[in-house]
Write a protein that binds this ligand. Structure first.
Ligand code: SF4
Length: 470
């Protein structure tokens, strides 16, 4: 048995941020090469602290879904997963045994040599007859002075594609450092120019900054009077959203596994938690704001306040993904980075098979079954706030300066909106929903949303709209 975990950044503010990771997880699930594909996030749920607990097997490969190496892949993710590794990740990844699971952590997908094929595929989408006679390629990176590795990947890909002989010339240019993208008319000589942004997703840079800096008006722009003669620029979509990134992820995962063919076993604690949950669901139960009702081998989940409403009045979905998409936002359309906030929208029902029920629950209340079962069986360890605060780095280091009064003030506002009970602050939770108390869900450790809010409190910026170090 083997689990594949995709780690994304996620967002406390933007509900679309996790979209690319969702899509790759779905693509990889459909390939059926892993027994499960699980997602985890820095700023959404399941968090990096929770995600390993949610995996079904004892053989886990973790892929950071980032386009380049940097602070998150080298510092934040290994630290939060508890890998005991900091700094550059070696080529073969980092392997550790954690809580009885073999966990392999790889380099981010963006640095895999297979990304050169993705760049070529993107280039061919906009210019199918590209040729070594008259076509130049610009591999366009963001560029940053903070981590030299993030630029290295652009140069490596440019080098690889130069050697491939598909183009007359290949250039590596950057948005934020030299050689800058605005210099392209001087450095590129070929009459046809394909620009492929080496970015993880479509966004402000790909939609606005790059076209502006290059003078592009659309997918194809003609420049009749450039220094090297007339040129036509073909602007491709970013590499990170190409479907073949799924192949790169699989290569990366297999390389990290090396010669190990065997896979792991079913994680016993995980299996026990879900067996206990299924036994509960078969009788009908409530978890948080959700009501679960068995129906002839299937399970219906709906908001508990919609109990008794005719099914025809509700939007019905029949997949865990459908359930995820209906419950990602509250009724006002706002993103729900913390799924246990009491903002579960009403007006829907999900009808799921027993096989799909765990993934459905995972979408609705990530890690809640595993953590509640662990609490029920006295194996959930709480992490007190000072320990969480001490672990923070980068822009979050300042939460270490928060006074107990400030932490409490944030709790009163943030945690009071949440179903969970703060074990990390010493609160007691004698029973969980496993014992029939629907809203009894443990919170063993402050979530990243809470940490971000404490940071804003310490900075004196709480309550302002654009917060949380996004
Ligand atoms: S820290 Fe507060 S808001 Fe975050 S999950 Fe725990 S109880 Fe909920």
């Amino acid at each position: 048995m083997r689990s594949l975990v995709l780690i994304g950044h996620g967002s406390h503010l933007n509900g679309e941020s996790a979209g690319a990771v969702y899509r790759y997880a779905e693509l990889l699930r459909a390939r059926g090469l892993y027994d499960e594909v699980v997602e985890g996030y820095w700023k959404e749920e399941p968090s990096l602290r929770q995600v390993l607990r949610t995996t079904r097997s004892t053989d886990v490969t973790v892929i950071p879904m980032f386009i380049s190496e940097g602070y998150f892949t080298e510092t934040v993710i290994p630290r939060e997963l508890g890998l005991g590794h900091q700094g550059p990740v070696p080529e073969g990844g980092v392997a550790r045994v954690l809580g009885g699971k073999t966990v392999r952590y790889t380099l981010p997908y963006g640095v895999h040599p297979g990304m050169a094929d993705v760049i070529l595929a993107r280039a061919r989408e906009v210019l199918p007859d590209l040729s070594a006679q008259d076509t130049a390629l610009i591999v366009l990176g963001h560029g940053t002075t903070r981590n030299e590795n993030s630029n290295r990947v652009i140069y490596c890909n440019a080098e690889q594609l130069r050697a491939s002989g598909h183009f007359a010339e290949v250039h590596a240019l950057f948005l934020d450092e030299d050689p800058k993208v605005g210099t392209w008319p001087e450095v590129v000589r070929s009459p046809r120019v394909v620009v492929v942004p080496f970015f993880a997703s479509e966004g402000w840079h790909t939609l606005e900054t790059i076209p502006e800096d290059m003078g592009l008006t659309g997918e194809v722009t003609v420049f009749p009077e450039n220094p090297h003669g007339p040129q036509t620029v073909y602007y491709a979509r970013p590499v990170g959203t190409h479907a073949s990134v799924a192949d790169v992820i699989l290569h990366l995962a297999e390389e990290a596994r090396g010669a190990s063919e065997r896979g792991g076993d079913e994680d016993r604690t995980h299996a026990e938690a879900w067996a206990a949950f299924l036994a509960l669901a078969r009788q009908g139960t409530r978890v948080g704001e959700a009501l679960i009702t068995p129906h002839g081998g299937l399970f219906e989940i709906r908001h508990a306040l919609d109990e008794g409403r005719p099914s025809d009045d509700l939007t019905t979905v029949v997949t865990p993904e459908g359930l995820r998409d209906l419950t990602r936002r509250d009724e006002g359309g706002h993103h729900r980075p913390v799924h246990t906030f009491r903002t579960l929208p009403r007006g829907w029902r999900a009808v799921l098979s027993e096989a799909d029920l765990p993934r459905g629950m995972h979408s609705l209340y990530p890690a809640v079954v595993e953590e509640s079962y662990a609490h029920q069986t006295h194996t959930l360890r709480a992490t007190p706030w000072p320990t969480t605060a001490r672990r923070q780095t980068g822009i979050y280091t300042k939460v270490q300066r928060a006074t107990p009064e400030q932490v409490e003030a944030v709790s009163r506002e943030v945690c009071s909106r949440c179903l969970k009970t703060r074990l990390w602050a010493g609160e007691k939770l004698p029973l969980t929903f496993f014992a029939g108390v629907p809203g009894a869900i443990p919170c063993p450790e402050a979530c990243t949303y809470f940490i971000a809010e404490v940071r804003e409190e310490v900075s004196g910026k709480r309550g302002q709209e654009t917060v949380s170090g996004e």
